[in-house]
Design a protein around this ligand. Structure first.
Ligand code: 5GP
Ligand code: MG
Ligand code: MG
Length: 184
């Protein structure tokens, strides 16, 4: 669905489907160049990174593999729980692999710093991060994100895989919600 289909719920569109696609194509180009001949393993963080992963890997012109992890962070609300737990682990042995974590959005950076620490203990050849969106708090944190789609303001956004209480992931644009949606 597009933002126009949800005009009752949405406050403001930050990025259209077309803008997101253009930015993904640029990042895919950079990743192709950086990983030339190395067959990277893209590790998507479920569920939010599904759209980013699907579009990123298809925009690439070189080989890659995919695997997925699920971690708990926000639960159903809009505030971080502060507790990160692995709900689903990788099925791939990443020792000696060039691993690129694919994330939807970084807010506090808590989820990612936990993931990076955890994956480092498995001795990958390299470990980098791609995030489609990044909020100000993460931009100033210790987590080093090599590929960032867009730096966005400190607002809760939905669409392009990002949910509120499980909904809006299939919105193709990225937008903020009207306050009354949170109050219902
Ligand atoms: P962090 O640990 O960096 O604070 O939060 C990371 C996770 O929280 C993201 O992967 C995402 O699932 C969720 N999250 C953070 N900010 C937003 C947001 O603005 N909208 C949505 N829908 N999820 C968010
Ligand atoms: Mg995520
Ligand atoms: Mg969520």
């Amino acid at each position: 669905m597009r933002a126009a289909d949800l005009s009752d719920d949405l406050e403001r569109v930050l990025y259209t489907q077309e803008e997101v696609a253009d930015r993904i194509a640029e990042l895919a180009g950079a990743i192709d160049r950086d990983y030339k001949g190395r067959d990277p393993l893209l590790v998507g963080v479920l569920n939010g990174a599904v759209m980013t992963m699907a579009d990123l890997c298809r925009a690439m012109t070189s080989h890659c593999q995919m695997d997925w992890m699920a971690v708990s962070s926000y639960g159903a609300g809009t505030k971080s729980s502060g507790v990160v737990r692995i709900l689903k682990d990788l099925t791939t042995d990443i020792e000696g692999r060039d691993v690129l974590i694919v994330e939807d959005i970084i807010d506090t950076g808590l989820t990612l710093s936990y993931l990076v620490q955890n994956l480092r203990t498995r001795n990958p050849a390299s470990l980098e991060i791609m995030a489609m969106f990044r909020k100000p708090e993460a931009a100033g944190s210790a987590v080093d994100v090599k590929y960032v789609g867009y730096d966005i303001p400190d607002e809760f956004v939905v669409g392009f895989g990002l949910d509120y209480a499980g909904r809006y992931r299939n919105l193709t644009d990225v937008a903020t919600l009207k306050p009354e949606v949170y109050q219902d």
